[in-house]
Design a protein around this ligand. Structure first.
Ligand SMILES: [Zn+2]
Length: 294
């Protein structure tokens, strides 16, 4: 081959590779991210309790945020039953961190079985600017169908608080139904179902039926933490994406579930699900931004 022809071929191949790469890259959303599900260690010794691979210290979370273009992260603690001193200390730590670092969204917690004390704590953190309360039926050991949970959901609506509920129970197969009923009965309370029900996600299609009622205020959101890396590339992929689109992409939020999942993998798993760039923008940023401003 003549040198000029070889040169032209090299240039052509280089341009081709660059063009293909550019097309691939612009197919995905690479803007700022809001991570709606980040656990943070606030008590001594707590930092190595959730993952064998990474500690959920403030320093590690801030490093991850800078590396992955995460503009805001919702930092979560979980209250224990019957220990209000611990609950208040956890919540105060979360609030103090969010005041020091405005990129951290405070997610406080109460235990529904703490009754009036839990309500008082919700009021106290609400006055300090907190808008999200975390509840974890499985690890906190309560039944979503309990009357105390219904009272708490009503109270959250009065205070304009969002309830971030873990939505996967390995022991209560009816939990998704109970969560949906709770949201249906408390239209003024906004709910985020964390992990989108995980392996029980098809049950969330009941929301599609709720949407037909004139009184339904679209008060259910889901975060796709854990479910995206676990099921995003599985044989369930098509069902999962179809379920999200049927319920409405507008109601879904990105979360990494740091430190349980490698956040880079969590982001990559969403990129691999085949959403359009516009849908990815909503999942990674737009929807959370809208929810936080409501
Ligand atoms: Zn979690």
């Amino acid at each position: 081959m003549k040198p000029t022809r070889r040169y032209a071929l090299t240039v052509f191949l280089l341009l081709y590779v660059l063009l293909v790469h550019a097309q691939k890259d612009t197919a995905h959303y690479h803007g700022k991210i809001i991570d709606m599900h980040v656990h943070i260690a606030v008590m001594p010794g707590e930092e190595n309790t959730m993952s064998g691979e990474r500690n959920h210290t403030l320093a590690n979370i801030r490093t991850y945020m800078a590396a992955a273009n995460v503009e805001k992260a919702a930092i979560i603690t979980i209250a224990q039953k019957g220990n209000m001193a611990d609950t208040r200390q956890r919540n105060d730590s979360i609030i103090a961190l969010s005041k020091k670092y405005p990129s951290l969204i405070p997610v406080c917690s109460v235990h529904p079985m703490d009754g009036a004390d839990a309500f008082a704590e919700m009021e106290r953190v609400h006055k300090q600017g907190v808008s999200i309360i975390k509840l974890h039926p499985n690890s906190q050991g309560f039944d979503v169908g309990a009357p105390e949970v219904a009272s708490l959901a009503k109270k959250a609506g009065e205070l304009h608080l969002v309830l971030l509920f873990d939505s996967y129970s390995p022991v209560d197969n009816n939990e998704i139904g109970k969560l949906i009923m709770l949201a249906a009965m408390n239209q003024d309370t906004r709910f985020i179902f964390a992990h989108m029900g995980l392996v029980n996600f098809p049950q969330l299609l009941t929301i599609e039926a709720l949407k037909k009622y004139p009184w339904y205020k679209n008060n259910i959101w889901c975060d796709i933490s854990a479910i995206a890396p676990v099921l995003g590339h599985s044989p369930f992929h098509d069902q999962l994406v179809w379920t999200i689109r049927t319920i409405g992409v507008d109601q879904f939020l990105f979360g990494s579930d740091y430190p349980v999942f490698n956040p880079a993998d969590a982001i990559k798993s969403v990129h691999g699900m085949g959403f359009t760039r516009a849908e990815e923008q909503l999942l990674f940023y737009g929807n959370a931004s809208r929810l936080l401003q409501q």
